[in-house]
Design a binder for this molecule. Sequence first.
Ligand SMILES: Cc1cc2nc3c(=O)[nH]c(=O)nc-3n(C[C@H](O)[C@H](O)[C@H](O)COP(=O)(O)OP(=O)(O)OC[C@H]3O[C@@H](n4cnc5c(N)ncnc54)[C@H](O)[C@@H]3O)c2cc1C
Length: 352
Amino acid sequence: MEKVDVLIVGQGLAGSWLSWWLDRTGLSYRVMDDADPSSASRHAAGLINPVTGRRMVKTWMIDELMPFAWRAYQDMGGFLQTNLITETSVIDFFPNVQMLQAFQKRSAEEPSYLTYGQNATMYNTWFRYDLGWGVIHPCYLVQTEKLLFTWRSRLLDKGSLREEEFNMDKLVVREPVYQYEDLSARYIIFCDGKVSAGNKFFEKLPFALNKGEGLLVEIQEIPQTTIFKKGMSLIPWKDHVFWVGSSYQWEFSDDQPSENFLRSTENWMKNFLQVPYKIVDHFAAVRPATLERRPFVGFHPQYAGMGILNGLGTKGCSLAPYFAAQLAEIMAGRGVIDPLADIKRFRKILLK
Ligand SMILES: Cc1cc2nc3c(=O)[nH]c(=O)nc-3n(C[C@H](O)[C@H](O)[C@H](O)COP(=O)(O)OP(=O)(O)OC[C@H]3O[C@@H](n4cnc5c(N)ncnc54)[C@H](O)[C@@H]3O)c2cc1C
């Protein structure tokens, strides 16, 4: 029987960051991941944006999350000898008068992130827009794909990853030990994204899964120095390729790319872009979002060693490193989980 401190189910952003911090605490672990090609992390654009929504309000906890994320991605990048995060700006073209007014109002109240663009015609070689633009700065862009694949190879090299599907029927709960086939662990942490919404131990948490679609689009003439947004965003991805998206669908019958999204995004690009483009990919994934838009972090009230890091919704890039660190610290016998994220708030529901 192989003994480890922690069994992690899932190697998306949540499981990657949790294993990273466990390395730092010195706890032993195994990650089990079935490489779902449609997982949210594999399709995330990688943007960390300090403002959010139609009213352009500051993103929840962003003043703590951004500096934490910057250091964490820099450290992991240094360790993996690659760059995982860059600072950038969003050029926000106002899609309607309401958004223009919201930007003007918020930039007066929150000048640390928002600046109104004075030179209205500056971008009209590439884009069509009538109502001007503003700048959101600083934003960060995380190389999510690079992170997932380089960290995965690292885990494989040191024998810490099993590339297989975790099957709940094979889990034997014998507190304080969790046994899975030939593996025994003191903790089991579910970092399995949308799949946790059907996990018999955690399905009562108020998940509100959300489908997102995007395109990869080759555009030769637009420089890849910033993000351009007009309702939807054009985000630098690889050489001359932009990530274009995304949709937010609360009701959906499958997790597949849809004709509807393709058509409406093509229309959007025809109206917005002044330069030629070529669609090279179309993808869809389900975000593990939550009803109250706060993550699920912590331990089951009935099973002390069974935990979850989930509910990262639209903000996995900033929430995963921060809350994975809190969870790792707890398992190392110190630290606390932020009560706003701790699943203790659902104690009664989970015990029903
Ligand atoms: C289109 C789109 C764009 C996005 N853009 C951004 C963005 O710009 N910025 C941002 O911060 N967030 C973004 N997000 C949100 C972000 O992707 C998620 O918050 C985050 O990826 C969730 O990570 P996770 O690790 O919790 O889950 P997931 O990414 O779903 O990872 C779960 C992992 O668990 C594995 N797994 C599941 N079940 C099992 C099992 N039974 N056995 C073994 N392995 C299993 C899967 O294979 C997968 O690898 C976006 C999401 C989408 C869909």
